[in-house]
Write a protein that binds this ligand. Structure first.
Ligand SMILES: Nc1ncnc2c1ncn2[C@@H]1O[C@H](COP(=O)(O)OP(=O)(O)O)[C@@H](O)[C@H]1O
Ligand SMILES: [Mg+2]
Length: 245
């Protein structure tokens, strides 16, 4: 029987970006987010009122990957605002939770970093350039290809990522999380120069670990998997449990 690593409880928790809210509530540095939930009826006016009055903002679904269904809007431009309302409405009508964030201008100047940890230990990092070019009009444009290069994170970044991973092990429901480190964790930050980084997202599901961009990363991953095998299995690792997830 194939085994899940990271385990099912982690995969469940991490598949929906509401974890950002859970992290915000315990004071972790995350991108400030406004949540629109599909369980209530949203009029266009309600949506208009929930968007920022000035500066660019982002509308994206709570469950996504590769920038799918994610758009960037200009708050003071009526056409852009109308497209943002349509975008949010489309997602909500499909029963999806919507996230509204200020467009982080640091993404354009400093970009985004992704720090990879194997069994809780820092392994390597990469850097991505800004990805959002404009509005989401509902056309299926697929996933955005990311422009990446190796990255040397600051001590501050590594420490901030470690703090988040420590908190995650407390927040995820389930026994095994308390006693075992995560096989892998990728912490994506908005880099902000001298200011502390902010969490854009945490990847405990997606196996894009960019091992080819860092010397030794693949060997470290192989060693971590061997240690994982030695831990043995429990119900959280059983792939058949996914069918009931
Ligand atoms: N608030 C934001 N400010 C600036 N850029 C953003 C913001 N939110 C998302 N983006 C851009 O969109 C990309 C995808 O968003 P992200 O939250 O990482 O979701 P996913 O990777 O799961 O699609 C990011 O890598 C970033 O380039
Ligand atoms: Mg991302």
């Amino acid at each position: 029987m194939p085994q899940l690593r990271n385990p099912l409880n982690v995969i469940r928790w991490n598949s929906d970006k509401h974890y950002i809210d859970a992290l915000a509530q315990i004071g972790m540095p995350v991108v400030d987010t406004r949540w629109l939930e599909p369980d209530v009826e949203w009029s266009k006016r309600d949506l208009h009122n929930r968007f920022p009055a000035r500066e660019d903002f982002v509308v994206k679904p709570a469950v996504s990957a590769g920038s799918a269904d994610t758009g960037r809007y200009t708050a003071t431009d009526a056409d852009s605002r109308r497209l943002a309302i349509n975008h949010a409405k489309r997602l909500l009508d499909a029963g999806r939770s919507v996230m509204v964030q200020r467009y982080m201008p640091e993404i354009d100047t400093f970009g985004e970093s992704a720090l990879v940890f194997l069994h809780g230990e820092y392994s390597h990092a990469i850097h991505k350039a800004a990805m959002l070019v404009g509005e989401d009009t509902g056309e299926d444009t697929g996933y955005t290809r990311e422009a990446m290069e190796p990255w040397q994170p600051s001590e501050l970044e590594i420490k901030a990522a470690q703090d988040i991973i420590t908190q995650v092990r407390r927040l995820v429901p389930g026994r095994s999380m308390k006693s075992r480190p995560l096989l892998y964790a990728r912490v994506d930050f908005v880099v902000r120069g001298d200011k502390p980084p902010l969490l854009m997202e945490l990847e405990l599901v997606e196996p894009s670990l960019y091992a080819s961009l860092a010397p030794g990363a693949l060997d470290r991953l192989a060693s971590a998997i061997l240690r994982e095998v030695a831990y043995g299995n429990d119900a959280n690792n059983d792939v058949s449990a996914l069918a009931h997830a």
